[in-house]
Design a protein around this ligand. Sequence first.
Ligand SMILES: Nc1ncnc2c1ncn2[C@@H]1O[C@H](COP(=O)(O)OP(=O)(O)OP(=O)(O)O)[C@@H](O)[C@H]1O
Ligand SMILES: [Mg+2]
Length: 370
Amino acid sequence: MVQVILKDVVKVYDNKFTAVKDVNLDIADKEFMVIVGPSGCGKTTTLRMVAGLEEITSGTVSIGDRVVNDIPPKNRDIAMVFQNYALYPHMTVFQNMAFGLKLRKFPKAEVIERVNRTAKMLGIEGLLSRKPKALSGGQRQRVALGRAIVRNPKAFLFDEPLSNLDAKLRVTTRAELKALHRRLETTTIYVTHDQAEAMTLGDRISVMYDGVIQQVASPMEIYDRPANRFVAGFLGIPPMNFFEGRIVFSQDRPKFIMSDSTEILLAESLKSKLTAYNDKQMVLGIRPEHLSPVTSEVKNGNVIPAVVEVVEPLGDRTDVYLTSKSGQKFIANIDPHIKMSADDRAMMAVDTDKIHIFELGKVGKNISLS
Ligand SMILES: Nc1ncnc2c1ncn2[C@@H]1O[C@H](COP(=O)(O)OP(=O)(O)OP(=O)(O)O)[C@@H](O)[C@H]1O
Ligand SMILES: [Mg+2]
């Protein structure tokens, strides 16, 4: 059992900057945990503390059942793969992969056996005598992975390992990584700022912002039930639309009145959650796939009048960029067979069951969750 547990972990750098604020994270044995967040939010710092490359200011990191705060990196029995794989240029692929084993004084026969087996698993057995400069980016990436795998570590730590690959290779390598994890079942922490990687790879995702883990949950839970406005806006392409406005109760039903006085009648199920917010400024969130054009004005007032700015047909769907009466920009993605053109007037119906209501502010709490 190799769970990795971060408890109240804080990192204050020498210049007094607090990069990681009180992170708590339980990564289960065999779990693939993704930490995702924008540049500078503290992902690498967190990973480096687990690896032992960065001192932990306060809190504890445990790997398996021991606290590793004072254990040097080489004795933590974990392998880290970085973005710039840092292969030794003067060594062959075989030597690069064997290096860590030799350092740990593995018998020669076992080194050869492990390197060959891993190379075969990664499909690089034909490259073992080459130097890194004679490899493509994707092949180098595989060698870096191989170097981590041969050691059979207790856990893998990945820091944006695919970001140097081109878009297509990134997608195929992503799928290979997932298959590899299914096979090896090694506990993994994977850092990325790419939401597609996070959604596709993670058993669970930790969304980080400003040194704080904002939410930890399965990919679909994060998507369907974002804990706050930051999480809601970070995952989803195109992102969730946000409208500022006011909650008003009329005839015992909550309404959301946008700044341009467009009214959205909210679902009955939100009533009890919104009573404390009557007449307060709030933010309504709606994903692009929950907006659709209607031809005649719907009487119940769940329609945003807008003008079409840009139409982007993507084949499986069409993204439509719109501007509301008050000049607010928002995006809908619609059935590709519906015809819409730039400068059209449009009435966009809101799927009221899919609305989220947030408190004001960048990390305003989602109060529409139960
Ligand atoms: N040695 C250091 N001294 C002071 N501040 C640092 C140091 N290293 C990183 N930081 C700061 O800590 C914050 C978190 O950095 P970190 O590298 O963990 O971010 P990240 O989430 O990995 O970002 P990216 O996606 O750009 O790699 C940043 O604001 C960064 O400027
Ligand atoms: Mg980083």
